[in-house]
Write a protein that binds this ligand. Sequence first.
Ligand code: ZN
Length: 266
Amino acid sequence: MFPLIDTHAHLDMAPFAKDRSEVIAIARDSGVSIIITVGIDLESSRAAIKLAEDHHEVLATVGFHPHEANRMRETDLTSLAELAHKPRVVAIGEIGLDYYRSKVPPATQLQALQWQLALADRLDLPVIIHCRQAEKDMLPLLHDWSDAHNGRSERPLGIIHCFSGNIEVARQYLAMGFFISVGAYIGYPSSKPLRSVIREIPQNRLLVETDCPFLPPQKHRGQRNEPAYLPLTVTALADIREVSSEIIAQETTRNARNLFRLPDSA
Ligand SMILES: [Zn+2]
């Protein structure tokens, strides 16, 4: 299969502590040529950069996840900006709103998100957005931000990661200019309504991710997810969209290269 790009992994997390390099090597042998490992706070952003410096298959992003928003101070933006200037950093993320699982008050999450959206603009980097049961605040906020952005930059806006919304929500993100990323959860029995939404997403806006160690494919549920399982999501997408896996692989990789502005050789 055409080499894949895992656009969202958490390789710095504890479940990979013992065999990180092996996990990356197995992923490469399974056809995953690039893994974007995503920061959730300053410490994990630094760890992500270190992984990217040590492994040529890995690139990093930096940011505060909504679950960590209560620990973010405005002064952390200076540290984030410094980290983001490192050569292997390709985006600000993951950032966003989570009203489902997070214990952080919405106002605190919104503040951290707004700070980091402004930072992405300043640094001219795309964003990776996490949104869970928070569309009512996320959509108007991103509408305003994307309007301002699209008027002054050619840079792709970013990714809606782990997308599980309905078709109206998908259309709004697409109209703003976002890419939509999906993982192995599209194959879960409970994801049937989502599959008809995914069929409607234009081919040039679709990305694949694992979100590992979370959300493993159905046949590995209860286990650790890892980048080597990404081809299973490509196959699931091919079934849903009734095209070949090869086409899904080619198009999602091309989209990821466009979004992160990766040279063909990277
Ligand atoms: Zn994540």
